[in-house]
Design a protein around this ligand. Structure first.
Ligand SMILES: NC(=O)c1ccc[n+]([C@@H]2O[C@H](COP(=O)([O-])OP(=O)(O)OC[C@H]3O[C@@H](n4cnc5c(N)ncnc54)[C@H](O)[C@@H]3O)[C@@H](O)[C@H]2O)c1
Length: 352
């Protein structure tokens, strides 16, 4: 990922991590989902850090490209410390090297894709986690990071918004979103079982709507959808009345949060990662995108499309007290600025 917007993001991530990033020097990281949106930012960050380290970080990235894009990473990271394996993390994995860190970021993150691939969604969250936890056990890793989701809270009781990590969730086990929500929940349980049975140094993150450059039109999450519609002067299509709310966290802030958690000392911990500053309705989000395009696009409310899972949560906003106080995490990029960066990236890259 050599583009200027992304290069600046990586610089900010490295600044945000400060000396904490030294924890990766001379170590080996095994990551699943390395070709995904979040995974490729993690790889690019380590690739840049390796230019400074006297002892580089070795990376073994596993992705089956069910949604990830090969060109995102393989074409652009030229680093002999990186190994890219095209494989399914739900199948047995044979790793000979010593491994220090494991990140399980493989998954079907976009609602359109988890509706299309419900079994793969369940398997990557659970069998993928089990495979990697077994490697963690055999290799006695320093730290294991599991990517869960804010979706594990389901449609939170309004008394629990902003939502703290202690909230137990309001989730259906048989609904249209259950393949994602419930498998992430069980994935978390597996991690905690491995932590208590075998003392594995697990940490869990629950990301709240991360966005940024690198999310392509065919990702179908709301921000790339609005921006790609605006770029071709199509109406911004807002589902239903557009009064469902979310908070959005720019990628450079989120990656600092994820790596801080990976490198933190306390095990068996779970952290919300996001930005608590900007709970906004989808109509409000479309209005900001319209402003960025100088008002030259229209906003249109539409019925939920068939390929989009029903029963989406009405509100979502993280309580970030835990990560802010324990790990000094501070999201910095405000929503409009972040959206402008994504638009610039789309334009620079002639994506549309
Ligand atoms: N981006 C967000 O806002 C967000 C929010 C909550 C949770 N998460 C979680 O974070 C993780 C990364 O999210 P993302 O936004 O980068 O998603 P993404 O879809 O961009 O990337 C996920 C990657 O995992 C790969 N993958 C899926 N199943 C696999 C398997 N069985 N074996 C190997 N590779 C496989 C895909 O090909 C893809 O490259 C996911 O687990 C997701 O559920 C992300």
């Amino acid at each position: 990922m050599s583009q200027s917007v992304i290069k600046q993001d990586i610089k900010r991530i490295i600044q945000g991590l400060g000396n904490e990033s030294l924890g990766l020097s001379g170590k080996t990281l095994l990551i699943s989902g390395g070709a995904g949106f979040l995974g490729s930012y993690i790889l690019s960050t380590i690739h840049e850090l390796n230019k400074k380290y006297s002892k580089p970080c070795r990376v073994i990235s596993i992705d089956n490209f069910i949604t990830g894009k090969k060109r995102r990473i393989v074409a652009e990271i030229v680093d002999r410390n990186f190994i890219f394996i095209e494989a399914d993390v739900t199948k047995p994995i044979n790793v000979k090297e010593k491994i220090d860190y494991i990140i399980h970021a493989a998954g079907l993150a976009s609602p359109v894709y988890y509706q299309k691939y419900p079994l793969e969604t369940i398997e990557s969250a659970i069998f993928g986690a089990k495979n990697l936890l077994e490697i963690a056990r055999k290799k006695s890793v320093k730290s294991f990071l599991y990517f869960s989701s804010s979706e594990i809270y389901g449609d939170p009781d309004p008394n629990f918004i902003p939502t703290p990590e202690t909230y137990r969730g309001n989730v259906s086990s048989i609904g249209p979103r259950s393949c994602y929500d419930e498998s992430k929940r069980l994935g978390e349980t597996l991690c905690m079982v491995y932590h208590s049975l075998y003392g594995i140094s697990v940490k869990i993150v629950r990301p709240f709507n991360i966005y940024g450059p690198g999310m392509l039109q065919d990702d179908y999450r709301v921000i790339p959808t609005f921006i790609s519609q605006a770029l071709v002067k199509k109406p911004l299509t807002v589902h239903d009345l557009g009064n469902q709310t979310r908070t959005f966290c720019y990628i450079s802030d989120a990656i600092v949060g994820f790596l801080k958690v990976l490198l933190s000392r306390e095990n068996g911990q779970v952290y919300n990662v996001g930005n608590d500053d900007n709970e906004i309705s989808m109509l409000g989000l479309a209005t900001i995108v319209k402003k960025i395009f100088n008002g030259k696009v229209v906003i249109q409310t539409i019925k939920y499309p068939k390929n989009y899972p029903q029963e989406e949560p009405k509100r979502r906003c993280p309580d970030l007290t835990k990560i802010k106080t324990r790990l000094k995490y501070r999201p910095k990029v405000d929503l409009e600025k972040g959206l402008r960066r994504v638009v610039k990236w789309y334009r620079d890259e002639h994506i549309i």
